[in-house]
Ligand binder design. Sequence first.
Ligand code: 5AD
Ligand code: SF4
Length: 437
Amino acid sequence: MKKFYYIITYGCQMNVHESEKIAGILRELGYESCDGAERADIVVFNTCCIRENAENHAFGNIGMLKKLKSENRNMIIAVGGCLTQQMGKADNLKSKFPYVDIIFGTHNLHKLKELIILKEKQKKAVIQIEEDSGVVYEGDSPFRTSYPNAWVNITYGCNNFCSYCIVPYVRGRERSRKSEDIIAEVKTLIAEGYKEITLLGQNVNSYGNGTDDISFPKLLESIALLDGKFRLRFMTSHPKDFSEELAAVMAKYPKICRCLHLPVQSGSNAILKQMNRKYTVEDYLAKMEILHRYIPDCAVTTDIIVGFPGESDEDFAATLDLVKRVNFASAFTFVYSKREGTVAAKMPCQISEEVSKSRIMKLVELVNAQTRRHTESYVGKTIEILCEDFDAKKQMYMGRDEYGRMGYFKSDVNEIGNFVNIRVQKANGVSRLGERV
Ligand code: 5AD
Ligand code: SF4
């Protein structure tokens, strides 16, 4: 009899790729995917705890499975990801949701197969959270679901300890995969027909630190030199580690996309210091200058937090100023979320929800206006789109250009995975509608 799995993923690309690894394990055990928890024999929650709302969301959805589980006692519910790795959270989850069968963490995801087999043998729940061993596990067989893009981890964990961020506590210290393993994986992916490779890490620029392996720019170059038509992206970069060498490599190889995600977090030096970001606004602007000297039209995107403890009206005004100066192609904007165990959680002057809300609204308005202007500037131009998907609602194919901008077009044939030139006829928010040329 067929067995089905259903995975619910919260959070970033890192988690999306980890869910692909979970899917790979479940398929090895004979499970097939299905499109809802109702039909599933195993439901896996791959959680995120970077902000409180992601955490609440997961808690809410696990709670909603209680009824299904009471109707189908054989269904296995597993919870993994960043949330479970937080101190005391696994016990908390177990007491709140006694019907959860398996709880695993970020450091033993690759052991999920054993945990499921163990659960099938015993009645008792299996709860196993491991600490970071410092060892990089090789041997994942992800079941990839994002063709034509393929995610490739290059580093795990983070050493930066930005004062607001829980990631270093739940993902452990930074460790890099061996360059030979990364390059071998990319070669296989290209041979399999993937057209876009996205290198993943919390701070890709510090790849190889503390080892005698090659630096991040050299790794990027080695991959860009591989044969085949494909695009190369990477995320996320930390401004303090962004180097001229990297800008030069990006400029030299057309396979490397003309876009950079460089989270600035705030436009105020006082707040950046409190955030432990280790750069100033001036440093950030100097890096922008270097980047644009090498790649004048590079699209820069960023992350910004508003409402960090102690953020004054002047600090926030400085953030708006910086957004105008840099003219980001787009930005992810967040209201600061207090994370227990981080340094910022203990800081005085936590900002009220009301003030944070009004700030984020102003910021979003500014960012949206800039994004719209960027998008509109493409009308009349021809761009090369890598087609990713078919949008059933719009009845159009969609994809991105090398600047990371979305484009939609009509076609009578399946275009997914094709590089397609479109002439942009209309701009619509972040996306552009065009005609195949
Ligand atoms: N509150 C709000 N945003 C946060 N981020 C990380 N931690 C927090 C937090 N506690 C944001 C940062 C980071 C992005 C991935 O999430 O902007 O770059
Ligand atoms: Fe968190 Fe800072 Fe590390 Fe990014 S660099 S994961 S924000 S601690």
